[in-house]
Design a protein around this ligand. Sequence first.
Ligand code: 7PJ
Length: 278
Amino acid sequence: MKPLVLRCGRHAFDLARPLVMGILNVTPDSFSDGGRYADPRRALERARAMRDDGADLIDIGGESTRPGASPVAESDELARVIPLVEALAADGVAVSVDTRRPGVMRAAIAAGAAMINDVAALTAPGAVEACAASEAGVCLVHMQGEPRTMQQAPTYADVLADVRGFLVDRAAACEAAGIARERIVIDPGFGFGKTLAHNLVLLRSIATLAATGYPVLVGLSRKSSLGAITGRSAGERMPASLAAALAAVARGAAIVRVHDVRETLDALKVWAAVESGT
Ligand code: 7PJ
């Protein structure tokens, strides 16, 4: 059964059309836009530009989870993220916060965040409880290993079964703790302990993940798998990212997480017009 609505705090999203989540990395070292939005004024400008371009959600990350990244102190993560959440939530923007830390989750929710996006799928002690005590949406991401080492030698018996099983188990743990089904999104975690071949199996199998009944989020924007296919550097992967977003939506993805909001929405509009015949 296809989910109809996604509830994230005071926002309710109609899932009849795909949603676009704009990426805002406020880390000094994120792989594709590292450092560019570390200045809070520039970060706010960038977020508002993505909102004006039509982003449904803006995902703010203060801890780089790129392969090989080193950990960031919680106080630094809070200082980077929370003032932006406050400013954007006051504008009425649906803000998602990309974090693995329960302390950051609680502060983000108190500052008005609509969604917690966790590449560790709320596995940190206290993370499920921090989200259950709110009305925020949650995005549960599959990751094998941890960011520093996850791309060294990812292996799976059956990547789709492993990822699907993990995500369904995490969603069940969330529901058992009181997080309503309508607040939960799942994400296979492209590049999080996956080779190009693993990523392609998962992308081809989005419909199987969507058949769990949870909306599926896909994050492939500018990722290295697209570089492996095209031979392009991170800054030159926008066309590849648009193709990946369309491939995901055509297979049932509910949300695409992207750097290039305006271009992705244009591509999705053409795709939707073809699909609906209007
Ligand atoms: C993802 C993410 C993703 C979700 C990052 C990057 C690396 N959150 N955070 N899904 N990737 N939900 O932006 O390329 O794929 S950080």
